[in-house]
Design a protein around this ligand. Structure first.
Ligand code: MG
Length: 201
């Protein structure tokens, strides 16, 4: 099982980090050891002083596919959840400056908490989602604001990498990313359904 993450898929977020709006999807990966489920706590890693939350909708791949045509892409995922693409922003900044890969900033243990999955046909269109920290909303998004739709993302990734049942795709974060600290409580919602609820330790 693998985790593939899309970067810069909402214009306002690309702008807040002074990144260009991409012409093609950008993706990177996290290993299965990054996955955090069942609302287990997230432990701040000792190597970063600036771990940011990025709340994202997460697709679960439901069948094997490669070179998937965009018009059939919706057949390749059946469930959606919400997750956090935790990012060691200080390390990522250094990686970007030096032109290095992002893994130490993105792929560390526990960097991919994921909530309970819902069948995609239970969701509204567009899908609205948000993240609360200690009861206050810090990020909110709508799939109406995606630069690259879920179908485009699946078609694009599958040109390069075979998608298998159970693989997860983080689809990008809206604006409002920021640091988390010890004892923060993160609660992520799709619509008004609380699907992910965990503590930072
Ligand atoms: Mg992200």
């Amino acid at each position: 099982m693998k985790i593939i993450c899309i970067g810069r898929n909402y214009i306002e977020h690309a702008r807040e980090l002074n990144n260009a709006v991409p012409e093609k999807p950008i993706f990177f990966m996290k290993p299965d050891s990054a996955l955090l489920t069942k609302n287990k706590p997230f432990f701040l890693p000792p190597f970063s002083t600036e771990v940011h939350h990025e709340v994202e909708l997460v697709l679960k791949i439901s069948r094997l596919g490669k070179h998937i045509d965009e018009k059939y892409a919706r057949r390749y995922y059946g469930e959606i959840s919400i997750g956090i693409d935790f990012t060691a922003r200080d390390l990522q900044r250094e990686c970007k400056q030096k032109g290095l890969p992002w893994e130490i900033a993105k792929a560390f243990d526990g960097s991919a908490p994921v909530g309970e999955f819902l069948p995609k046909n239970e969701l509204s269109d567009p899908v609205l989602f948000h993240l609360d920290i200690n009861g206050e909303t810090v990020q909110q998004g709508s799939t109406a604001d995606l630069i690259f739709s879920f179908d485009k993302v699946i078609a694009y990734i599958s040109q390069y990498i075979t998608l298998r049942t159970g693989d997860l795709i983080f689809t990008g974060t809206p604006a409002g990313v920021g640091p988390v600290k010890k004892d923060d409580r993160l609660q992520a919602y799709i619509g008004d359904r609380l699907l992910l609820d965990f503590m930072v330790k």
